[in-house]
Ligand binder design. Structure first.
Ligand code: GLN
Length: 506
């Protein structure tokens, strides 16, 4: 299998590089800068990309890579920090840029195979540092008004480097750029796809698991459902699924997903009622990170108990790529610890973890689910966080607050469905804000809770925009929530994008 390796120097959006390459039809993976060279060299290596990153390569302690990468006989492309590092290694000076560039910037290209079919155009820039001279043996192949060394190459050694970020959509010819790198420079044949990946993942799972038993935690969300379906396809009844009702689920959720699991996919599922266990552990807990940690740990404990009963060696988790990145693995900063990554207890009593979706983005997980023939409503379900409603109740969690949250959330879902917006909106839910305000209902003064409506559009959860729901629908949602949910007298709409916000409030 053809493979393009990205050496990850720690930029938040580096995984987009992998996506662009996969979209071009070649498998791509991110490896840390200190990954053993053997791991990079492995089967099918067709090209290497040195990613962007927050360091300055001329300062002590900055991330670096092995010089051997440049002599493996495959092309190497440096992007931003990767360009600076490559140029420094080949003798050029790198330092603080006289003029820093951020955002959309007009770039002029010289004729070069890397820029085939790319006219001079807008590219995305984000750098404080710059390469101030073309390294010996290299030629200059692009420039901007403020960045004279905008891209360089040494064709005979197969080395290419660009200061701009081709991986973001703001770069006008982003798809063409990666097409050129992958097919014109790395000479790949292509043909990688999610369908083919399914077969490989299934093979891998079979090899790893052998005749052992696996326990899977199902949350009702897309990730754990696709992961379980995949493993079920690989090892059949060696897989036992556990659906934990932690008392933090949406209205009607347990019944609905159990029906899919048992009757449509044919999974072997044990339903565990752990409401008491979770809610008592969470009583009085206010701090969001503590809520996540407690729930993550409790999940694992429940699994352990059940796994002991079935005698399972492996635990399956539906971890996906954004979880891995946001939890701080791979050098990016910790934004939130995800219950299936950061919250993992160290004394876990399993032989190992199986995380077949670890390298996939959300929309790739959905494509995988479809290619496995899963029911569409399950594959297209909106994402639901492992900690469930716990992180949608601001402050401490009580049955009463959960009840208000569930009712309001059910109304929101119902109205979104009636408006036919289910697929257009990535995620939509209500938040128990914990704020009380004064209102008037039936001529009487009220002093009740404010519910927030959160609705966002996205393709990968890495960046989101608040969904522009038409006002008449918002008004209907607001009216119904207040009329049908005792204890609520005000509804507000969250108009924050990510960044700077996150999707969930906690
Ligand atoms: N830290 C380097 C700079 O500021 C590289 C930035 C990047 O890779 N986005 O120039």
């Amino acid at each position: 299998m053809e493979r393009i390796v990205i050496i990850n120097f720690g930029a938040q959006y580096n995984q987009l590089i992998a996506r662009r390459i996969r979209e071009a039809g070649v498998y791509s993976e991110l490896l840390p800068p200190d990954a053993p060279i053997e791991r990079v060299k492995g089967e099918g290596l067709s090209g290497i990309i040195l990613s962007g990153g927050p360091d300055s390569c001329y300062l002590p302690g900055s991330r670096t890579c092995s010089d051997e990468l440049f002599s493996l006989g495959v092309p190497v492309l440096g992007i931003c920090y990767g360009m600076q590092l490559m140029c420094q290694k080949f003798g050029a000076k790198v330092g603080p840029a006289p003029v820093r560039e951020y955002g959309k910037t007009f770039v002029r290209f010289k004729p070069n195979v890397l820029f085939k079919d790319m006219p001079d155009s807008i590219c995305w820039m984000s750098h404080n540092d710059a390469v101030s001279e073309v390294p010996a043996g290299f030629e200059l192949i692009a420039e901007t008004d403020d960045c004279p060394v905008g891209a360089v190459c040494c064709g005979e050694k197969g080395l290419y480097a660009v200061q701009f970020h081709p991986e973001v959509r703001h770069t006008e010819y982003c798809a063409q750029f990666f097409h050129n790198f992958v097919y014109e420079i790395c000479r790949c044949k292509g043909g990688w796809s999610i369908e083919n990946l399914a077969g490989e993942l299934i093979e891998e799972i079979r090899k790893k698991v052998g005749s052992s038993k696996v326990v899977a935690g199902l949350s009702g969300g897309v990730d754990s459902s696709v992961a379980a379906t995949l493993v079920h396809r690989a090892i059949g009844d060696q897989l036992t699924c556990i659906f934990v009702d932690h008392g933090l689920l949406r209205l009607g959720e347990a019944e609905e997903v159990m029906d899919y699991y048992r009757n449509e996919i044919g999974l072997n599922v044990i339903e565990v009622d752990a409401k008491e266990r979770f809610l008592s552990k969470l009583a009085g807990v206010v701090e969001p990170e503590r809520k996540r940690k407690i729930i993550g740990e409790e999940f694992i404990r429940v699994f352990e108990d059940e796994a002991k009963k079935v005698g399972a060696d492996y635990l399956l988790q539906g971890t996906i790529y954004p979880d891995v990145i946001e939890s701080g693995t791979g050098g990016a900063q910790v934004i939130k610890s995800h219950h299936n990554v950061g919250g993992l207890p160290e004394d876990i009593a399993f032989k190992g973890l199986i995380e077949p979706l670890r390298i996939l983005f959300k929309d790739e997980v959905r494509l995988l689910g479809e290619s496995l023939g899963m029911p569409a409503p399950l594959v297209w379900r909106q994402p639901f966080p492992g900690p469930g409603l716990a992180i949608r109740v601001m402050g401490d969690i009580t049955e009463e607050k959960l009840d208000i949250l569930r009712k309001s959330d059910f109304i929101l879902r119902d109205e979104i469905k009636k408006a036919g917006l289910e697929r257009a909106i990535w995620q939509y839910f209500t938040v128990f804000t914990g704020v009380r305000s004064v209102g008037v209902m039936g001529d009487c003064r009220t002093y009740d809770t404010a519910i927030a409506v959160r609705a966002v559009t996205s393709t990968d959860a890495m960046t989101v925009e608040f969904a522009e729901i038409p006002y008449d629908i918002l008004r209907r949602i607001s009216n119904r929530i207040i009329a049908e949910t005792p204890g609520v007298n005000r509804v507000v709409f969250d108009i924050t994008d990510k960044p700077p916000g996150t999707i969930e409030w906690e």
